[in-house]
Design a protein. Structure first.
Length: 384
């Protein structure tokens, strides 16, 4: 077994690690004390499981500012949530406008939909990877669309998109607005009542600090995409059609109760400590970006120094390949980063790094001042 105490973990944008201890504790407790099938069996263990799921739903709703917990569906992940919204909210002949910096979780379902007769129009970002709301408006004025899709924050550059302004523009032009919140949930304070998104998708395992295998889909009232999966919901079983009620419509089959228990505990943890965690992440990423920018040959991608970003910073070096740097950091210093294109070839195309990819550092709730110092020293040596 690896000695994980020695790892300096800079891969929170891929998945947060470690998790707050309450996460595993609540998963084990659910397995032991709430091991029935939630919403199905009326015996004590089934009811305990249902209470576990509903408590988690309320915690997540409250963390993300959704007024009605029924507007939160638990799904297997952010990718599944995005697939649901795109495939269930668009039909052949529709047009969708999408930012040019999306992750493959958006790009690939849209490529499949394009083959099924849906027109996909990309709005270019600037060289920092930011989307200008006026550019979205320009397209919408000429080419009305059913849907506008934009990430909240980039998993490559850390850029935070002006989603509130894009939401207003989408709505003025009669489009629904879908937000990929994979890199914002947990790392930014989210108020879904205010954000203007008709759909917001988030993985439970990144900034929300839960386990892998459960994600969150928020749907505003009035946006009712077709469900992706039909099946048992525990109620109205005599009806062969999928229920239209929330959240049952979007949660066919037995859920990941233990994963949801972990996510619920993580959401409660973030409700108590989120502001403090976010403030620390902002300080640490700023220090990391400043330090990396000072190393000869290094270019930090994305928002210019001093701009707000989620705690993600990707870099390229004038002569060293990203893989070479990541390998050296791992083997020589026990520093875990991610090299490559991060499932986001569109973003790398937009910012001019499609050929090389980049080395990505992402910090999180468990990152320390010492981690930053060690990483900067290691980068200076690895790039010397
Ligand atoms: N969108 C973005 C911006 C992401 O960074 C990720 C995860 N890398 C996803 C979507 C998909 O998340 P998941 O793999 O957890 O479904």
């Amino acid at each position: 077994m690896a000695d994980t105490r020695a790892i300096r973990y800079f891969d929170h944008a891929a998945t947060s690690w470690p998790k707050p201890p309450v996460v595993a504790e609540s998963m084990i407790r659910a397995m032991e004390d709430a091991g029935g099938n939630p919403g199905r069996s009326a015996h004590e263990l089934g009811l305990a499981a249902a209470r576990t799921v509903e408590r988690a739903r309320s915690a997540v709703a409250s963390l993300l500012g959704a007024t009605d917990p029924r507007d939160i569906a638990f799904v297997p992940g952010c990718t599944e949530a995005l697939n649901l919204v795109l495939k269930g909210g668009l039909k052949p002949g529709d047009r969708v406008i999408v930012s040019s910096v999306e992750h493959n979780a958006v790009v690939r379902p849209l490529a499949a939909l394009a083959e099924a007769g849906i027109e996909v129009i990309r709005v270019a970002s600037d060289e920092e990877g930011l989307i200008d709301p006026d550019a979205v408006e320009l397209v919408l004025r000429e080419q009305p669309a059913r849907m506008v899709v934009c990430q909240h924050a980039s998993n490559v550059t850390g850029a935070i998109q002006p989603v509130g302004d894009i939401a207003d523009i989408a709505h003025e032009h009669g489009a629904v607005f879908v937000v990929d919140g994979a890199q914002s949930a947990g790392h930014l304070r989210i108020d879904l009542t205010d954000l203007g998104a008709d759909a917001y998708a988030a993985p439970g395992h990144k900034g929300l600090l839960g386990p892998q295998g459960v994600g969150v889909l928020y749907l505003a009232r009035g946006f009712e995409p077709q469900e992706l999966v039909q099946g048992g919901s525990g109620g109205r079983s005599e009806d062969s059609r999928q229920p239209r009620t929330r959240p049952e419509r979007y949660e066919a089959g037995t859920p990941n109760t233990f994963g949801i228990a972990g996510l619920g505990a993580a959401a409660e943890y973030l409700r108590a400590h989120g502001d403090e965690i976010r403030a620390r992440e902002r300080t640490l990423i700023r220090r990391l970006v400043d330090g990396l920018s000072d190393i000869a040959g290094i270019r930090v991608l994305g928002p210019r120094a001093g701009s707000e970003r989620v705690p993600v910073a990707s870099v390229v070096h004038s002569t060293r390949e990203p893989d070479e740097i990541a390998f050296a950091l791992d083997r020589r210093y026990g520093i875990a980063v991610r090299a490559g294109v991060h499932c986001s070839p569109w973003t790398h195309e937009a910012i001019g790094t499609a050929e090389t990819g980049a080395v990505r550092f992402s910090v999180g709730w468990s990152t320390t001042d010492d981690d930053i110092e060690v990483a900067l020293q290691a980068m200076a040596e690895a790039c010397a």
